[in-house]
Design a protein around this ligand. Structure first.
Ligand code: C5P
Length: 237
């Protein structure tokens, strides 16, 4: 596969066209951003760690019947993916209260959410990704009612699979964000990434944070923690 023109540069990944129809290259960079790009740093090896972590998780999800964008790892920090028409919303599932939910509702971090909660956010940095509901998504035609139902169902399926996977490594999957797109056949496919940049993971016993909150909160050992998470679920980096 040949890498062609840059299609899109995000805060931590760059998307490239290729010489193959409907296939793109996702490059994971060392750039790490928080607070809508207000805090940006380069963390050595993060691109490689996230690329391999994402590939590993997407493979696990595929094994459990979830369609994902990932085709294969091409290099340390690049993966070949299917081209999708991305739906401009983020799907967030939460098993424990943390982050923006605590701020919004004034609840204590760590409260169990049973059943898990589900939220949509509009992808828009300038507006700080505002929360939206299903009527906004259908009203503005960002997705259809069927697509919304499918994204929600898939998000909860991913939650079940990954709660179990991380539990094997004595971790709690606190929350995570997914993005979906539509493939050439009109099917909803899981896109973007699943890495410790887009989820919260705590040690089950000590509640130590092992995810991007280490970066957001200046706790240090960010990439080292991602590598530890990987190792706990059987991926040696
Ligand atoms: O900030 P908040 O608590 O709403 O985030 C919920 C989850 O979604 C966290 O795991 C966070 O890392 C992830 N997230 C993300 N990208 C965003 C917003 C949230 O990966 N733009």
């Amino acid at each position: 596969v040949e890498k062609k023109d840059e299609l899109y540069r995000g805060k931590a990944k760059t998307v490239f066209l290729t010489n193959v129809e409907n296939k793109l290259i996702l490059e994971f960079r060392d750039d790490t951003s928080a607070f809508d790009g207000e805090k940006i740093e380069q963390l050595k090896r993060k691109g490689e760690v996230n690329n391999k972590f994402n590939h590993f998780i997407m493979q696990k999800l595929e094994e459990q019947g979830i369609s994902t964008q990932v085709e294969k790892c091409l290099s340390d920090n690049e993966s070949l993916v299917k081209k999708l028409n991305m739906i401009p919303v983020e799907c967030v599932v939460r098993n424990y209260a943390a982050g923006s939910l605590c701020r919004r509702l004034g609840v204590e971090e760590g409260i169990v959410l049973s059943p898990p909660t589900f939220e949509f956010f509009l992808k828009n940095d300038a507006l700080h990704d505002p929360m939206v509901n299903e009527s906004h998504i259908t009203g503005f035609k960002w997705a259809t009612e069927d697509q919304i139902a499918k994204m929600k169902l898939l998000s909860f399926e991913v939650n079940d699979i990954l709660v179990a996977l991380f539990a094997k490594g004595d971790m709690l999957l606190v929350d995570f964000k997914l993005e979906f797109g539509v493939d050439e056949n009109g099917h909803i496919v899981l896109g973007d990434e699943f890495t410790p940049d887009g989820c919260r993971l705590w040690d089950k016993d000590t509640k130590k944070k092992l995810d991007k909150d280490r970066f957001r909160q200046g706790l240090g050992s960010v990439v080292e923690s991602y590598i530890e998470v990987a190792s706990r679920i059987g991926l040696s980096l």
